[in-house]
Design a protein around this ligand. Structure first.
Ligand SMILES: [Zn+2]
Length: 420
């Protein structure tokens, strides 16, 4: 295992501007000569990575010295036929990776390997001076030996300040990761707190104690199911073909097209879901949101199917997205252990394992029920966060609204049928 982290430059520049740096991911439809150029650039970037790694290791083995980053930059200046910023970015990337591994080793995690693998292709990076925008085209210069790479800039990025561009190979396609400076968003007014309970049937359930919002997760779940089912079919068909055959190549290409398509659908839905949660919090002046951390729930062994479902729930991604979007409005997201929150009765405090979606207390004398389980869960998280424990007879939200994320979903293969 070795660790690699990209986009460091994009993050580093964040502090310097008023706005927020966002990374937009753009799949490229390249003509064959452009694709050849892209491959060529990535090959040269790989050469940089390989050289840095080889020199760094060699000096250690021969002389017992680890060359530092500044010396490496000085030494490799002007030696490659890519933009000088790309060379610098790769060196920075290498050192960050190396230092992180070193730290892990010092903490006893010696299973992480230092960078060691020689690469054939590597992500290329352009920073401000290598990037120009002309007539709606993005022009990425490649030094004097190679022509620039020209890409039509999508309308949504026009007029934005571009901080960094990376050429990435992902799922059988070239992509541009474009870091843009977006204007800062309106900051929240108010000091209220709320809790959010992430789930599968309901993607997110929020409450501030008075009101609750339940955002449906059905669309997300059906997309994930479609993804898994179709992927299985592809794998089966691919396994029946010969390595290197035309049939296999065609199937692989179709598989990647499908993955890209469904990936966009899922991410659109995740954006819609988190946007609803952010707007709700903004309108109620929520400054801090507590989130149930299902780590404990996920670690239990619940059988193969259940485990698969839980892992595909991709709670982590939705949480990261939510955290990021809230942060842009000055709202913080804080994790809290959620064990027992959806099963503990808000009235008598007795714990009952819940089978249905509607809460039912198992205590005969209490008999509380009729409120949605996830709403109980969210109020439980809020209760734990605010009071440090479950309080009995706590007040439940007076209004509960149910919403579905509104997403446009074109049919699979809608545009791409011809290519298949
Ligand atoms: Zn009860």
């Amino acid at each position: 295992m070795s660790q690699l982290k990209r986009n460091t430059a994009a993050k580093k520049s964040k502090g310097q501007t008023q706005g927020d740096v966002l990374v937009e991911k753009l799949p490229l439809r390249l003509k064959s000569h452009e694709e050849e150029l892209a491959r060529d650039i990535q090959r040269e970037s790989a050469k940089v990575w390989n050289t840095v790694m080889t020199i760094h290791r060699l000096f250690w083995f021969k002389y017992g010295i680890w060359i530092d980053e500044a010396t490496m930059k000085e030494f490799l200046k002007g030696r490659f036929s890519v933009h000088s910023q790309d060379v610098q970015a790769i060196i920075e990337n290498y050192y960050e990776c190396w230092e992180r591994t070193k730290k892990l080793h010092e903490e006893g995690h010696t299973e992480w390997r230092y960078p060691w693998r020689l690469k054939r292709f590597f992500t290329s990076t352009w920073k401000v001076t290598g990037i120009t925008v002309e007539d709606g085209y993005l022009r990425l210069s490649n030094g004097w030996k190679k022509p620039p790479l020209k890409i039509k800039l999508p309308a949504r990025l026009k007029g934005l300040e571009i901080k960094q561009v990376q050429l990435v190979w992902h799922r059988n396609e070239y992509w541009l990761h474009i870091a843009v400076d977006k204007p800062a968003l309106e900051k929240v007014q108010g000091e209220a707190v709320a809790a959010v309970d992430p789930g599968e049937v309901h993607a997110l359930t929020l409450t501030d104690g008075r009101e609750a919002l339940v955002i449906s997760g059905r669309h997300l779940r059906s997309l994930r199911r479609l993804r898994n089912k179709t992927l299985k079919k592809f794998q089966k068909a691919i396994s029946r073909t010969k390595k290197g055959s035309d049939r296999r190549k065609k199937l692989l290409a179709a598989k990647y097209r499908f993955l890209n398509w469904i990936g966009v659908q899922i991410s659109h839905t995740e954006h819609a879901v988190t946007k609803m949660a952010v707007n709700w919090s903004l309108q109620r002046g929520v400054k801090k949101v507590y989130i149930g951390d299902p780590q404990g729930v996920r670690e239990q062994d619940c059988g193969r199917h259940h485990n698969q479902r839980m892992s595909q729930w991709s709670f982590g991604r939705l949480r990261d997205l939510l955290e990021y979007k809230l942060k842009r409005h000055g709202i913080t997201l804080e994790k809290i252990e959620e064990r027992g929150t959806s099963g503990t009765c808000p009235i008598c405090g007795k714990y009952t394992k819940q089978a249905g979606r509607v809460y039912r207390c198992g205590d005969r004398d209490c008999g509380f029920g009729g409120v949605h389980r996830d709403v109980i869960g969210a109020t439980g998280i809020l209760d734990l966060a605010v009071n440090g424990r479950f309080t009995f007879g706590r007040k439940l939200p007076e209004t509960v609204s149910y919403v579905r994320p509104a997403v446009l979903t074109p049919m699979p293969g809608h545009k791409k049928k011809k290519a298949a």
